[in-house]
Design a protein around this ligand. Structure first.
Ligand code: ARG
Length: 460
């Protein structure tokens, strides 16, 4: 039995080095489930248009079900040198089970339209799974936020203490970013869900293939309107990897925040032993490797985006074998994303907070400089003037090695006569956050409401 989908034109066998160079089963075996699904719909379609008899289609469908039951993706490793790609593998397994009728399954199609159809079916599912993973991570963050309650930390800008904020507010920031990522994925899914079959190799087919039937059977929202786009554009993959890159940019920032909080310099967070790692040399070590791997893998995913763009750059229409290189990066990015989301949800969900260290980090009076500024503005001092004189007070206190709250009222009054004894009420982080009035601020009541809103929105 021929082990290839082509060959009539050739007199010689392929050189083994070219086999190694071009065979793709090691990668595209990932498409196993998607392609079996596509084949089932295709067999039924061929029966509908009279190319297959009903019983023949039935036989093929049965064989496809057997293949599905027999093989997992990892089982295909054994066939990697034998078959060129996933299409060939399925074709040969079909022939073994259904006999000569299997020779009709590829009627009117090419691997050019088939591979991208299976890729789209695969990706649709993966997008849903990633959205599910995002939701789990969001839920973990919301749960941790709820438990943190009104715990206050120094909010940072330029990695220097800026103003007190609720830890929950900081964590909910990520919940929002991830929500945007989910929405971007949803939007990208629209471009994924277009049926390429019928485009054949590039020009369409002279056979009466029922594309509407395939569209419905496979749940696509439309049929590709240009066969060249169908077989040769991977814009949908570039879009998917762009969206994933933005998502990973967010994950890497989340990871970095936890890495910082876990450092001795901050000491805010204690990782659960089950989600930390040790050093082979330094016995004292307990390292935040989950977060570091996430931070590092973000770089790899960005690289995959660069690759899919560059593979297509300047590529003449229509299909070229270059396009086979579209898949490794996508599959890798999908796996990395799914596992990172799972591990982040588990790790973030199991941290505990060192409340004493957090409280100590709030003993820094310059955290309240902005509260003092706004206090003066409320007493009708012009903003710029108030800014100037609070800045001076901060500098004087720093130079004389005193805390702002230790300046006497007489000293304050030298900066502005508008200062009165209530200035000393401003050095309380709780009052600072409670003083916030704007939409989106860190006011505890607002944050509490946000938590409730997210809990509801993320309910299973
Ligand atoms: N393995 C190819 C890909 O992933 C599909 C096969 C098309 N091969 C061909 N010679 N036209 O794009």
């Amino acid at each position: 039995m021929a082990q290839k989908l082509w060959g009539g034109r050739f007199k010689k066998e392929m050189h083994p080095a070219l086999k190694c160079f071009s065979y793709s089963l090691a990668t595209d075996k990932e498409l196993l489930a998607a392609e079996l699904q596509v084949n089932e719909a295709y067999a039924r379609m061929l029966a509908k248009i009279g190319i297959l008899k009903r019983e023949e289609a039935q036989k093929l469908v049965q064989a496809l079900h057997q293949i599905k039951a027999q093989f997992r993706v990892c089982d295909l490793a054994a066939y990697e040198d034998k078959y060129e790609d996933i299409h060939t593998f399925i074709q040969m397994e079909l022939e073994k089970r259904a006999g000569s009728v299997a020779k009709k399954i590829h009627t009117g199609r090419s691997r050019n339209d088939l591979v991208v159809t299976s890729t789209r079916v695969y990706l649709r599912e993966k997008i849903k799974e990633i959205q599910g993973g995002l939701r789990e991570l969001q839920r973990a963050l919301v749960t941790v936020s709820g438990k943190a309650g009104e715990l206050i930390v120094p909010g940072m800008t330029h990695l220097r203490k800026a103003q007190p904020i609720l830890l929950a507010h900081h964590l909910l920031a990520y919940v929002e970013m991830l929500e945007e990522d989910k929405a971007r994925l949803q939007d990208a899914a629209k471009r994924v869900n277009v049926l390429p079959l019928g485009a054949a190799a590039l020009a369409g087919s002279a056979l009466p293939l029922d594309q509407k039937f395939l569209q419905k059977a496979l749940g696509f929202s439309s049929v590709a309107t240009n066969s060249l786009v169908a077989v040769s554009d991977r814009g949908f993959l570039a879009e998917f990897l762009s969206v994933l890159s933005i998502l990973w940019m967010h994950l890497s920032r989340l990871a970095e925040d936890f890495i910082l909080w876990n450092s001795e310099a901050f000491g805010y967070v204690e990782l659960d032993d089950a989600f930390a790692t040790g050093s082979s040399l330094m016995p004292q070590k307990k390292n935040p490797d989950v977060f570091e791997l996430v931070r590092g893998r973000a770089g790899v995913v960005f690289g995959h985006l660069q690759a899919i763009l560059t593979v297509q750059k300047g590529l003449p229409l229509s299909y070229n074998r270059d396009l086979q290189e579209d898949k490794p990066g996508v599959f890798d990015a999908v796996k990395k994303t799914e596992t990172a989301l799972e591990l982040l949800a588990l790790t973030v969900g199991s941290v505990s907070w060192h409340k004493k260290a957090i409280a100590r980090s709030l003993e820094e009076d310059s955290l309240f400089a902005t509260d003092i500024l706004e206090y003066l503005v409320q007493k009708k001092v012009a903003f710029a003037e108030a800014h100037q004189l609070v800045g001076k007070a901060v500098r004087c206190a720093a130079e004389s090695g005193t805390r702002l709250r230790q300046l006497s009222l007489t000293e304050w009054k030298k900066f502005s006569p508008k200062f009165s004894a209530d200035i000393y009420d401003l050095f309380d982080p709780k009052d600072s956050v409670r003083g916030k009035k704007t939409i989106g601020s860190t006011h505890p009541l607002r944050v509490k409401k946000e938590i409730a809103t997210w809990e509801k929105a993320l309910e299973a």
